[in-house]
Design a protein. Structure first.
Length: 517
């Protein structure tokens, strides 16, 4: 899930669930006498306990991100979840084994919390995960910060998470590890994993070529750690192939690129491409409720004329998202096509993350400065070219914004997938929007009816905006119907079932029945 963007899961992973969906979720193994349970390992926890203003303990429940998507699956398997306990009141409600039953009102599974000291958070999370692995995997080697303490802390924290996962695993468990925070945890888990249990890790961000990955001093150790899994999953073929290339550089490995497997230590590791989907039906249902009256109300809140064209961008503030270059392209568009001044408003919905890292602080400043520059240049008393929304929008408001936006600008410089693109498509219930999608986003592999953009070319980007706004209704409808078909068919359920089936012995099917996880 990448750091869970909107999660930060990378990257912008926001599947959506409610009580109806959770009640329907059921994960079973067909044709086996025993059901398998899940032990999910993630950096972020699905439920967080905090102190209210009166001193009472309240629970923050999952409202988005990878945690929201996986929560109903773990509920139905009555499994376990291992995560960093970072809530102010988390320790108060846990037992002597650092566990608490969740959800609070309908206890279905065990949340095992791992406690981290401030220096561990700094070294493992803000340090090695997000100052080394994040820029490295996005091909931004010049942003990698090599600090020896980061590696030492990352390794020790991974051992702690691995040990916690083993505590919860049985011979019927599938241990499902999430993302780049835990390259080394699989090795710890493998050493004590009960016979019959399996282990899968999904990598939510890009995986670079060996010539890039080898920059870090511990590259081989990181790959070895991931090869302790039974299955390693990536979003698209290119990332899978890059990982296989890296695995081939290690001694004592034999890589079958055609089969997508690595033979190591007497085991066979499957390496596959499993492109993540979104809860398409739920997004569409929610967007459908956000009618033109609701849109007029939301637009009025931000001084947007609801009767003119709207473009939308939704991102975490991150230097990989390309927001300043997007604004450069918009500036060029309004310069070259003055007839669209006052006729198109761009809404940039953003959220801040990792703000303790200076590079992210600089990214936030660059975004603000670019928006101010364009608004000062083109804005009038009656029209503001760019509206920056950095406060909270409910899911209904967000999907309503998607529905009523004429075009979406999804222009990352590099992205593992980018679920915003798929969310926008799912919300287009009238089939009249246009998706502009960076060729450097993983989602570009399957969303081939999007208008392709190169975020590094402001001229080409500006022309793509003009092309999209000038597109006929027939062409818009044809493209969007095709995109919605892809997003609906390959949804979140399909992703979960396909990935977990790969962990099942004898090729049996791990299904997620009747759920919109």
């Amino acid at each position: 899930m990448s750091e869970t963007p909107s999660v930060e899961l990378t990257d912008d992973i926001r599947p959506n669930v409610d009580d109806r969906i959770a009640a329907e979720a059921e994960t079973t193994l067909e044709d086996e006498e025993t059901e398998r349970d899940l032990v999910v390992v993630s950096n972020r926890e699905p439920y967080q306990h905090e102190y209210d203003s009166d001193g009472s303990v309240v629970v923050e429940e999952p409202v988005g991100g990878l945690t929201a998507g996986l929560d109903p699956v773990v509920q139905k398997t009555q499994g376990d979840w291992v995560a960093w306990g970072d809530g102010d009141a988390d320790a108060v409600v846990t037992d002597d084994d650092d566990c608490v039953a969740v959800p609070p009102d309908d206890e279905r599974y065990t949340l095992r919390r791992v406690w981290l000291e401030d220096e561990e958070v700094e070294g493992y999370y803000y340090g090695y995960s997000n100052r080394v692995l994040w820029p490295l995997c996005h091909d931004l080697v010049d942003r990698v910060e090599m600090e020896p303490d980061y590696w030492d802390t990352y390794r020790s924290v991974n051992e702690s998470f691995g040990e916690a996962a083993v505590e919860r695993a049985t011979e019927n468990s599938t241990v499902w590890i999430q993302d780049y925070h835990f390259c080394l945890a699989p090795k710890t888990i493998r050493e004590s994993l009960p016979d019959g249990a399996s282990m899968v890790q999904f990598w939510h961000i890009p995986w670079p070529a060996w010539d890039t990955f080898r920059v870090v001093p511990h590259a081989e150790e990181l790959v070895e750690g991931l090869l302790s899994n039974d299955v390693v999953g990536f979003h698209i073929d290119r990332y899978r192939d890059n990982f296989l290339e890296c695995a081939a550089q290690l001694d004592d490995t034999r890589v079958d690129r055609d089969a997508g497997v690595v033979h190591v230590d007497g085991r066979t590791v499957e390496v596959g491409a499993f492109e993540m989907g979104v809860d398409a039906d739920r997004i569409a249902e929610t967007a459908e409720t956000f009618d033109h009256h609701a849109w007029a109300h939301l637009a009025g809140k931000y001084d947007i004329d609801p009767n003119i064209n709207v473009a939308v961008g939704v991102d975490r503030i991150d230097y990989t998202k390309g927001i300043p270059k997007r604004i450069d392209a918009l500036e060029q568009f309004w310069e070259e096509h003055p007839e669209w001044r006052g006729e198109l408003t761009f809404v940039q919905k953003s959220s801040h993350s990792r703000s303790q890292i200076p590079a992210y602080q600089r990214a936030a400043n660059e975004v603000e400065e670019a928006i101010e520059r364009v608004n000062d240049r083109f804005g009038t008393e009656d029209w503001q070219p760019i509206v920056h929304v950095d406060d909270h929008l409910s899911q209904r408001e967000l999907f309503g914004l998607y529905r009523h936006a004429d075009i979406a600008l999804v222009s990352p410089l590099r992205d593992g997938l980018n679920l915003v693109a798929k969310e926008y498509v799912a919300a287009q219930v009238e089939d009249d929007g246009v998706l502009l999608l960076s060729e450097f986003a993983g989602a570009h592999q399957t969303l081939d009816e999007a208008v392709t953009i190169n975020p590094y070319s402001p001229e080409g980007f500006a022309e793509a905006i003009h092309q999209s706004l000038s597109m006929t209704a027939v062409e818009r409808g044809r493209r969007m119907r095709s995109l919605r078909s892809v997003v609906t068919e390959h949804d979140l359920d399909d992703w979960v079932a396909e990935l977990l089936t790969a962990t099942v012995p004898d090729g049996e099917e791990f299904t997620v029945e009747g759920t919109d996880v």
